[in-house]
Design a protein. Sequence first.
Length: 136
Amino acid sequence: MNNNNNLNWYLFNCKNKILGRLITRIIPLLMGKNKSNYLPYKDTGNFVILINVKKILVTGNKMNNKIYYRHSGYIGNLKSISFKEMLKKSPEYIIKKAVKGMLPKNYLGYCYLKRLKIYSFSNHLHISQKPVLINL
């Protein structure tokens, strides 16, 4: 949808960062709200790279009490997994679900989500794009 000529790349290090605080900094960059040509109905977003996602933190007792649910559609097939287990199994899912919940529920939201690149460790594949490191 975008013509890719004015897309910027941003890099966030998630090590020892609070999940909600980090996501609220990512969303405006994904949507392009930091640009002067932002329009809510046009795709003016940026690329965002997240590294060290395995070391993300949450406040309170969410590490033990927060639960992710999924359902297959069959009777009695409600599956649940705690935040701590999900962090070990698939930390990328935690970030993707949090970001998806804050994006618009339309085609633009889908386009923004595709621009989010998530890596569990400190190395990533986008060095040639020269991402700008954002410190929180």
